[in-house]
Design a protein around this ligand. Sequence first.
Ligand code: TMP
Length: 231
Amino acid sequence: MGQTMAGKLLVFEGVEGCGKSTQLKQLHGALEQSDRLQQLQRQGLIPQVLVTREPGGTELGLGLRQLLLGYHGGAPMASRAELLLYAADRAQHVEELIKPALARGYWVLCDRYTDSTVAYQGYGRGLDLALIDQLNQVATGGLEPDLTLWLKLDAATGLARTRQRGAADRMEQADLAFHQRVQQGFETLAAQHPDRIVAIDAAADVGAVAADIFTVIDRYLQQWYAPSLMA
Ligand code: TMP
């Protein structure tokens, strides 16, 4: 019963330009139309599906996002300062928004979470992976995603997509080798956590990727809420 009453944390991850944000919106829309979700909502389960992101899911986080992605005068941001700002954003986000929403039984769809810190600050910037795990633990209080959808795309293809969108932010502006290390980080994480990370081929067109994602999510909906769906 506890399992079916609790909310779920679903995270989208991937390199720049992998289409996470678009796919998150598509999934949100598809879920609203889903008969299975509506059936669960009539039973008082999953009262709401909430979409959020890191960095920037709270008021404080919005300020931190500007600091992290914008350009400012002075010396370049030190990697450890960057790491701590992402951690601060996450600590506030988990405390203010994610945990209370999960306690109410909501589904939280989150654009990036702890794996991004491992991939970007660990593999990308080369910071100590054990330190990052510790910081992620502090920031989240140990809250892990129930499911992570990793939109798998070659780093060069993703970067080319973002460059078509216009001016690159501070992270996007890093060189290709950095983004390739980030991609390697996601590869490694997926191999280490096959229990919670599902790879989705993000090179396909938007509709095909959305269909793949919905198939995965529908399978988990059935698995997690089987007793209620049979009622
Ligand atoms: P996005 O929300 O548009 O994907 O931008 C967020 C940027 O921040 C993206 O370049 C990835 C980066 N990032 C990190 O480097 N570490 C983190 O922990 C998170 C959450 C994001």
